[in-house]
Design a protein around this ligand. Structure first.
Ligand code: SF4
Length: 409
């Protein structure tokens, strides 16, 4: 393996980012697959970390609520029983139905509301002036008088975080309806994290950020600098999209090979990817989509076993990140947007990722349907050669956009 790939992905930096050395490699015991699946019922609590300057202790594994929570009430109960007490939802998920599912759980189990660190989000697309009314509706659906945190959902610039919206958030905090305020982002993450830190984080009423973080982006110097800056100002950090799935169809050959290697050691490749994120103590929690008991059990097992990756395993993930640069969209949205006259290429890539990586075609189709008709038309007719030349991951943008138009429309 070369020490540095064309994207500047240095193996030494990667190991340093993960905080791994030879000692960890020697100490980490093998974990049998059956142990991995049995771990949720084994003794040992869910590890907790402090969420930035909020001082709140949260579990290192959080439940992402972008699934049918209404018909998965037993899963919600099991998540709590296994220590997954941070729940994330949004008005956007199922057009309020995800919030409603959480709300039904709290209606039936009012004594358990206090156990949960509850987060909901609103997208700024419908206009920031709609936030006060929509937030009240979210609280109603959630059957609660307050949320522990509220995020402006999926921003790619700091512009939605206007003084007016921050003043509204401050009012909501005073009214006891919102404990902490922040945003979530899938695009231009490094820039947004750094801007938030430069503004002062909690001192500027910005307590928390949820952002895409995985083996493909964790090694980047700009990302590490942004995380250091956020940690210094006390912004609580929550990672999402930690499995690092891309817009290409099906798992790559490299991914299948790596999956086999990890299975021999008793890990699944997905568990290993979670562990790689947890190695960074700046991340308080991983918000993971866990729509089935099987996925919940596997992720809880990975969180609870506290077994660190060996240096060899870290090297394997590094090699995978290198091999998959051409299949992963890293969220640097402004690059391809500028090269296509403003087309939301990154958002469409995300739609493909939901369709292919998460087997959630409905989510991808919803995302595509929200694009204005003229944008959808331009997606099919634009020349992407400039964007492909500029894309640091060398994605086949023209081909992927064509496939998106054919399969998401
Ligand atoms: S398509 Fe390329 S340039 Fe655009 S966000 Fe993805 S990785 Fe970045």
């Amino acid at each position: 393996m070369s020490e540095k790939n064309p994207q500047g992905l240095s193996r030494r930096n990667f190991l340093k980012t993960l905080g791994l050395g030879a000692a960890a490699a020697a100490a980490a015991p093998a974990l049998a697959m059956q142990d991995a699946l049995a771990a949720p019922t084994a003794p040992g609590p869910m590890p907790m970390r402090t969420l930035g300057k909020t001082g709140v202790q949260v579990p290192t594994l959080a439940l992402g609520g972008m699934f049918d929570t209404i018909n998965n009430q037993l899963l919600l109960r099991q998540a709590l029983n296994w220590g997954v007490t941070y729940w994330d939802t949004a008005e956007y998920y199922g057009r309020g139905q995800s919030e409603e599912g959480f709300g039904r759980f709290f209606a039936k189990n009012p004594e358990r509301r206090k156990e949960v660190f509850l987060v909901t989000k609103l997208t700024p697309r419908e206009g920031l002036d709609t936030f006060p009314e929509r937030f009240e509706k979210s609280l109603k659906r959630l059957n609660t008088s307050y949320v522990d945190a509220f995020f402006v959902h999926g921003i790619d610039t700091m512009s939605p975080l206007t003084p007016k919206i921050r003043a509204w958030a401050a009012d909501m905090k005073k009214a006891g309806k919102m404990r902490f305020f922040g945003f979530s982002t899938h695009s231009n993450m490094e820039d947004l994290l750094m801007s938030a830190a430069k503004e002062g984080g909690p001192a500027a009423n910005l307590d928390l950020i949820m952002f895409t973080y995985n083996i493909h982006v964790m090694h980047k110097p700009a990302m590490q600098a942004a995380l250091d800056a956020c940690a210094k100002t006390g912004i609580g950090l929550v990672a999402m999209k930690t499995q690092g799935m891309g817009p290409a169809s099906g798992p790559s050959e490299a991914e299948l090979k790596v999956a086999q290697q990890f299975l021999k050691r008793g890990f699944t490749e997905k568990q290993a990817k979670l562990k790689a994120v947890w190695e960074n103590n700046q991340i308080a929690s991983i918000c993971s989509q866990m729509p089935s008991i099987h996925i919940l059990a596997a992720n809880v097992a990975a969180a609870r076993d506290k077994i660190a990756l060996t240096e060899a395993e870290t090297g394997t993930l590094y090699a995978l990140a290198c091999a998959e640069t051409g299949g992963y969209c890293a969220g640097c949205a402004s690059i391809c947007q500028n090269a296509t006259g403003g087309l939301p290429v990154r958002d469409v890539m995300r739609g493909l990722m939901y369709q292919r990586g998460y087997s959630e075609p409905g989510l991808g189709q919803n995302l595509f349907a929200e694009l204005p008709a003229d944008v959808r038309h331009r997606l099919a007719t634009t020349n992407y050669s400039q964007a492909e030349a500029a894309c640091p991951h060398k994605l086949e943008i023209a081909k992927l956009m064509r496939e998106a138009v054919e399969t998401l429309a």
